[in-house]
Ligand binder design. Structure first.
Ligand code: ACO
Length: 311
């Protein structure tokens, strides 16, 4: 049922060629990429909020400088990704409008609160760890601008993951109270981190087409399994317990068996009813409105300069 143009497009993808913004592409490819890259960009931007919450309360000047740099990196990631989405013919204003109206999503994980300093460790270790697991394969994604953005983002993301693990090591080897905080952070973030990979494969509506187009390189369950296999030994190294009674090494498959997250909770969170959804969106909308005068001033300045150049 593919027409010759679509077939030629699929052949380019199968041959590992990159698709560039001015190349012909099926409308559904364009739309799906805008959806995924846009959501990814929004995740980076909204993702600044849970950690931004701790910048003023970091325990030392050094920790504060590191956290500040990390949160700034996330703003940068959001900006590369918005640029990549813009090459597909959507404006940044439209993307923001769709985030603010709830039409576009951002990652479920950022709708959970960060209650203690140990959460900064857990977020870096688990959330950025899950993000890397998902983003390393996306360096090979078929759309050129997305793929190139991913290469740079992954380099910075590995620093983020290390800084989180470093906080966890300090806490897990600290006083009894610090160790309890580290365990509590792991308890609260474990299942939400597993949800970052998306619903189980049988409920993933986009996977089949996205994988055929190499918009996505692995299924949700494949990456979730890899994440568990990588993270459990790290938890053991920290002397912490993964909060899952069903977690057990399965020799035959060469990976861990583990409990599924509570998918009702996941669908609740992505439909706007997680613990912090309202607060996160309010914060972003306020930031957009509070910044209106800057956008207006820049516009007025650009118009004045253009008029002066003409005169
Ligand atoms: N949070 C919010 N929504 C999600 C999540 C999640 N963790 N996982 C899936 N969804 C949504 C999908 O967007 C889709 O809804 P939509 O049709 O309204 O867009 C629905 O659930 C069904 O899921 P899938 O069909 O499996 O969706 P998809 O194929 O897009 O897979 C995934 C989801 C794995 C997140 C994919 O989009 C992806 O790899 N995105 C790029 C990475 C990314 O966005 N990372 C952001 C978090 S990491 C960070 O920024 C630090």
């Amino acid at each position: 049922e593919m027409n010759p143009q679509e077939r030629a497009f699929q052949e380019r993808i199968d041959a590992g060629e990159k698709i560039e913004p001015k190349d012909w592409m099926p409308e559904a490819y364009r739309k799906n990429l805008i959806r995924q890259i846009g959501q990814h960009a929004h995740s980076e931007i909204v993702g600044q909020l849970p950690e931004g919450n701790w910048i003023t309360r970091a325990p030392t000047l050094e920790r504060k400088a590191i956290l500040l740099a990390k949160v700034q990196d996330e703003a940068g990631h959001g900006l590369y990704l918005y640029c990549a989405a813009e090459t597909l013919g959507i404006s940044r204003d439209e993307l923001f409008e769709q985030l603010h109206s709830g039409k576009m999503k951002y990652s479920s994980i950022f709708n959970y609160p960060t209650l203690t300093w140990a959460d900064m460790g857990a977020v870096g270790w688990l959330v950025d760890g899950a993000a890397i697991m998902n983003q390393v394969p996306l360096q090979r994604t078929s759309f050129g601008p997305y793929s190139r953005a991913m290469i740079r983002i992954c380099k910075e993301e590995s620093f983020h993951q290390r800084q989180g693990f470093d906080i966890m090591m300090k806490m897990a080897n600290g006083t009894e109270a610090q160790k309890r905080m580290a365990q509590d952070a792991l308890n609260r973030f474990w299942f939400p981190a597993l949800m970052m990979f998306g619903p189980s494969d049988k409920d993933s509506v986009h996977s089949a087409q996205s994988m055929a187009w190499k918009i996505k390189m692995n299924t949700n369950d494949e990456l979730r399994q890899k994440f568990v296999d990588q993270t459990v030994p790290q938890a053991e190294y920290l002397g912490l317990t993964v909060p899952d009674e069903n977690l057990v090494w399965n020799e035959e498959k060469g990976g861990y068996d583990f409990s599924e997250p509570d998918w009702n909770e996941f669908f609740d969170v992505i439909s706007g009813n997680g613990p912090c959804n309202t607060e996160r969106l309010e914060t972003r909308k306020n930031a957009w409105e509070d910044g209106a005068w800057v956008r207006e001033a820049m516009q007025a300045h650009a118009e004045k300069r253009a008029a002066r150049a003409k005169a």
